[in-house]
Design a protein around this ligand. Sequence first.
Ligand code: AMP
Length: 280
Amino acid sequence: MEIVKTKEEIKKIVKNARINGEIIGFVPTMGYLHRGHISLIQKSKKDGCFTVVSIFVNPLQFGPSEDFKRYPRDIERDTKILMDASVDAVFIPTTQEMYGNDHLTEVYVSRLSERLEGRFRPGHFKGVCTVVAKLFNIVQPDRAYFGWKDAQQLIIIRKMVKDLDLDLKIVPVPTVREDDGLAASSRNVYLSPQERKKALILPKTLHRIKQMVECDRITDARTLIERAKEMISSEDIELQYIEAVNLETFEQVSCIQNNTGILAAIKIGNVRLIDNIIWE
Ligand code: AMP
């Protein structure tokens, strides 16, 4: 496994792999790797790709009062995980390498970026799209793997690729959960044991709602959202949003059907957690 820090080096590695007839699979991450990240890597490997992973905590996507400085980082541990997962190359740029001192250009997918997460994290998706567009241009992958855990991000990136005619395929990967049902996330380490117990109300609620839709055939969005709010309010946590939306527009829907999802965010102390159920 090659580990490189510069754009020039990763470009050279990818170019050589392509000369050897490889298909390039790319998994962008912010590191502090967990089972969710590993499932993206495994999917890329299973697809037969020469698999490139990037680790970059992107300052552009964090708001001024967010957790950029304290975001968990452990490159040594990550490197070992990536080696065990038989990753082919790892790109770990510095902020200086990515942005230099005079970076002015931003990539912004309008409308979709303002809804749901966008209401609570202004500018977040502009930061995400800018870094992901740059990483796509640097790595030039054939396929890039993104998790449904961050459903809004996945959909916005898919839209960016379509709108900008970028020549790659976005491959979605299902959410991986911890044994207790909580969606795997680098931010889970922030939770105290008591907070973690409280956090479980989110996956439990979504699981119950999924059953109501798929077993009891209740598809009326208002009924489902009311039930979900009732369940979540049984814990002393802040519900930031829970909405049933169309997965192309993020407009609210009145009925659950294909291409809709229920997306939610909660806050426990200082920790924000997101989760969702998707009907593709
Ligand atoms: P992050 O390091 O949090 O920026 O995530 C990097 C990639 O891993 C994104 O495509 C995420 O959607 C994906 N990811 C994060 N957590 C999970 C999870 N629990 N299951 C599946 N994919 C995930």
